[in-house]
Design a protein. Sequence first.
Length: 281
Amino acid sequence: MKIDIAPFRSWIGRQDIVTDTLRPEPAAALTAALDRTDPPKTGEPLPPLWHWIYFLPLHRQSELAADGHAKRGGFVPPIELPRRMFAGARLTFTRSLLIGDTARRTSTIAGLEAKEGKTGPLVFLRIRNEISGSHGSMIEEQDIVYRDHPHPGTPLPAPRRPPAQAIWRHEMRADIALLFRYSALIFNAHRIHYDRDYAMKVEGYPGLVVHGQLVATLLAELVRRNSTAKMTAFRFRSLRPLFDTAPFALCGLPIGNRISLWAEDADGALAMEAEAEIEPA
């Protein structure tokens, strides 16, 4: 049955404004976590999707729920479905934000919709983030999905295969150390990313879950490792979770100023699909 979201309609239009300085230290820490040796210096562009390590929600320990997420309510509506996932986003980069800039993020609840999926009720929350600094600006629309825990024996959705043969391909494995470090960098205490007992025994996953934001960042990094052109847009959608129990591949196929991107699991199934746009050569 559908969740009644009528009591939460008043959240649409609600805003949250956060100001932060894009200090070089968090960017240097993410550089190390991604096994790079080129941390961006003050005055240099913030790499695409690295804004997620700034403007952090600093919830007090007493404000966390049993799963490590913040308790329901506040800026986002208190939807009681237990699983909350960052399902995708659309980003446009007007001008590059620079390391050292002070920037403001204005977040707006832009939409709320209830649906009935194959595994039960779903609620889709759309958040629009507008980020502006003295030198750069960007817009991000996030899709957050709320759903119930799956019933025992519920099969995963049928796997989808990659759309094409990749030209860029990088295979890797996200171990517990990387997941822990990325959780710390985005101040995300969701236990599915670092607490194996909780992830497997409570939420029913086969291992630790790789953050959707991390997978998207790794796909954006695949572009950055293979092209020096400025990225002007990035879109991604999560299809299936990736886990620390097996390697996965980051794949890219450049066609003009558009790059088709995807992540596939060890069995070759699509886990995330994405697309980047870069400035013409």
